[in-house]
Design a protein around this ligand. Sequence first.
Ligand code: OOG
Ligand code: MG
Length: 253
Amino acid sequence: MKIEVIAKRLDEAALNAQATTQISQEKQLSLEEAYQVQKLSIDRRYDRGEKFVGIKMGFTSKAKMEQMGVHDMIWGRLTDKMHYALGDKITRSDFIHPRAEPEIAFLLAKDINEEVTLANAEDFVIGVAVAIELIDSRYENFKFSLEDVVADNCSSAGFALGEWKMPDTNIKDILMSLVSDDEIVGKGNSNAILGNPWESLVAAARLAQANGVQLRANDIVLAGAATPANYIKVGETVSAHAEGLGSVYLDII
Ligand code: OOG
Ligand code: MG
């Protein structure tokens, strides 16, 4: 099975909201090959007119690694089509088995062409916000190996952003929660993200540079969830809250 064929299969699974078998059951991809598949499958979206708008980090917290049984940080590409406005209606049937997670988002102030460190990270950002990430593994039963999920663009399906706050707004050691209607369905501390969510931006910059992905002014970086993800249901309003950052919600129809 060629990587182009795998990329097409994953892209079509997403387009048709139809789960596919894990690639690892048929072919063992190396991590490098898995990232090539990811690139080729997202190239197909660019060919349909979608635009790159940033990257998402995954498995930056133990809670997420344990939930999904994987052991390493991953990154995927975000496109404009995945960006929903605050309060948008999400059609559940456009997805396979979508889950939501509360996240922190960064808005880049400038192109990243140098090393980002904890000391200078804030200089690269013009805003921080609370976000909901929608993930929807294209694999049956939401089960995958690390290589499978990387090839599948890290399950990326959508995201919505709260209001941008100034980059010096505190995002360390804050409570984050995911709420379904009025019920808290996930709760965590932002420091569960690599000990400090800014570390996720540092890692995103490093990984993008190492993989030839240019991050530019106005691109978005999602830091990864501090809590396990929760399946979304028709009829609910799902919201994410982060202490001091506010909240963001989506209606599921
Ligand atoms: C992979 C995506 C992980 C996160 O925030 O850790 C992720 C998955 O769990 O399907 O988005
Ligand atoms: Mg996520």
